[in-house]
Design a protein around this ligand. Structure first.
Ligand SMILES: Nc1ncnc2c1ncn2[C@@H]1O[C@H](COP(=O)(O)OP(=O)(O)O)[C@@H](O)[C@H]1O
Ligand SMILES: O=C(O)C1=C[C@@H](OP(=O)(O)O)[C@@H](O)[C@H](O)C1
Ligand SMILES: [Mg+2]
Length: 192
């Protein structure tokens, strides 16, 4: 008697991987949204390389983001960020987590839109503030009222992040849950 062997159903990660194909997955969103942390874990789940643009900027400049801002100013940082992101997106598939301002820069946004599928990790102010106020590595928040600064950035940037291909709500759930939601969004995007 011949036995019929059913192929195992594809896991969510396998489905998302197939949907992504050769494209890059680019995470965008405000500081504290989880781009770096969730990006790394998503790449692991997909079995593709992960790169964080801020880490790459720090590697090539041999300076921290804070020192770069202090020594050369934001405009120079943005110019370097554009060059680095353009280069990172040249080949795929990869998961590229960007710094919060990357997608806001018109030139960088152009490269990101051409270079992959964009996912906005969208979070409310309380979630972001809770996460970013624990560290003082973010030069844009070295102001008298950093919570207000973060809120101002939200108001200015959210309409632009909203242009992303996909949006996933970032909140206080397990990071694994966030990864699953990103994978589900990629998979669903193929069907629609
Ligand atoms: N779902 C989550 N639950 C709890 N903490 C999170 C979650 N996602 C990210 N974090 C934490 O929030 C902080 C900011 O995340 P990070 O990935 O650096 O954000 P971004 O790169 O968007 O600025 C980190 O300490 C990270 O571990
Ligand atoms: O929002 C921004 O303009 C910035 C966000 C930071 O990255 P994260 O969003 O990963 O914190 C970093 O690129 C730099 O401090 C500027
Ligand atoms: Mg980051």
């Amino acid at each position: 008697m011949t036995e019929l062997i059913e192929p195992a159903p594809l896991t969510l990660a396998e489905q998302a991987r197939a949907a992504l194909g050769k494209r890059n997955l680019v995470l965008i969103g405000l500081m504290g949204a989880g781009k770096s942390a969730i990006g790394r874990m998503t790449a692991q789940a997909l079995g593709i390389p992960f790169i964080d643009s801020d880490h790459e900027i720090e590697r090539v400049s041999r300076m921290s983001i804070a020192d770069l801002f202090a020594a050369y100013g934001e405009a120079e940082f943005r110019a370097l960020e554009t060059r680095v992101i353009k280069r990172l997106l040249r080949s795929g598939p990869r998961v590229v987590s960007t710094g919060g301002g990357a997608y806001i820069n018109e030139n960088t946004r152009k490269h990101i839109r051409r270079g992959g599928l964009t996912v906005w990790l969208k979070a409310d102010l309380d979630v972001l503030w809770e996460r970013v106020n624990k560290r003082d590595t973010r030069p844009l928040l070295k102001t008298e009222n950093p919570r207000q600064t973060l809120e101002n950035l939200m108001n200015a940037r959210y309409p632009i992040y909203a242009e992303a291909d996909l949006t996933v709500l970032s909140r206080d759930v397990k990071k694994e849950t966030m990864v699953e939601e990103v994978l589900a969004a990629i998979t669903a995007a193929r069907r629609s």
